[in-house]
Design a protein around this ligand. Structure first.
Ligand SMILES: [Zn+2]
Length: 172
């Protein structure tokens, strides 16, 4: 993945990467640092950069009309889903992305998970909560006590996140 960045050379020892409010990547590097060195570092950090960019973009857009970059949203949500799925040994069948007004995500009896693009307007711990909630449904296809106990095991603070989400529907 190619990430655009602005390179500033300074009399310093280390390379620093920063994502500003507009989501632009600014790199400050020692005078002798080569473009290749910086590119390699950017490459290694691209997931972190992407996550910060998405957050700053969605925060900006929260105040106007939401214009979430769907391709970036899919990329970010898929990588979180894959990570949380394998970390908790919860397998799903397929994932799809929607833009719904009333739900953040869903899980069918065939273990097909659907996620809302607008998740990107939430803070990262809530995004992970929604993903874990849907993954937990691959074990418990209901909202029984067993479901909530299981969810709390793989996602500390699940109930608290659930309450917080109740006040923020994706109804943008
Ligand atoms: Zn549910």
């Amino acid at each position: 993945m190619l990430i655009d960045f602005t390179l500033i050379h300074k009399k310093i020892k280390n390379i620093y990467i920063r994502v500003n409010r507009e989501g632009n990547v600014v790199v400050t590097a020692p005078i002798r640092a080569t473009h290749l060195q910086v590119s390699k570092l950017i490459e290694a950090k691209h997931k972190w950069i992407l996550a910060v960019q998405l957050r700053s973009k969605s925060q900006i857009h929260n105040h106007s009309l939401p214009a979430i970059d769907k391709r970036l949203a899919r990329e970010y949500l898929t990588s979180r889903l894959e990570l949380l799925s394998s970390a908790n040994n919860l397998n799903y069948n397929r994932v799809s992305f929607r833009s719904q007004k009333t739900r953040w995500g869903s899980c069918s009896s065939r273990k097909n998970i659907s996620l809302n693009y607008k998740l990107l307007t939430l803070k990262t711990e809530l995004i992970d909560y929604v993903i874990l909630h849907e993954l937990a449904h691959t074990k418990h296809m209901n909202h029984s006590l067993e479901f909530w106990n299981f969810l709390e095991l793989i996602c500390v603070g699940a109930k608290k996140h659930h309450r917080e989400l109740k006040h923020s529907l994706p109804n943008l």
